[in-house]
Design a protein around this ligand. Sequence first.
Ligand code: CUA
Length: 191
Amino acid sequence: MTPVATPVPDASGANAAVRAERRWAILSIGIIALLVVMAAYAGIHQAVMPQARLETADPRTLHIAGEFVEGNLGSALEPDGSVTVRAIGQQYSFTPQCIVVPTDTPVTIRATSADALHGFLIQGTNVNTMLVPGYVSAVTTRFTKPGDHAMPCHEFCGAGHEGMWGRVRVVEKAAFLQAAASQRRQSCVAQ
Ligand code: CUA
């Protein structure tokens, strides 16, 4: 009785496949290791290197002292012709609820949070930042056309997050300047 010859697998082909798989495994582990090192470096670097222009505002005393007291919120015309807007985000609204700004004017928005982390976004513009308790967020922009923009909070900040909306009303520069002559701080709340 002659034994049935079992087919000998093509050893060289199998070895080549194993070598190829090993190469790919080493390469992908290398890529993952590189990403881990990069993420760790970026995180540690950012944590130990504070921003160049870091401004703080104590959330416990916002309403008592400093630039974010209630009478100082809203839009103010500066001596150089630019406009500074000061606003606060708190659970679950913005103050002022409606921000008024002129067209064709450099507008600097300075805002902070009185409690949790909030988002600050003006739809249809490039204004998009976060309001972090303890810190002042500053954004400079320019509006070209009159009109209303929605201003939703876009960071989850608690149970009422979905209802946290404000509005930005862009008005003609002449109308803004006229109103600025009689009002130190402007907003469009209740208009
Ligand atoms: Cu404030 Cu979400």
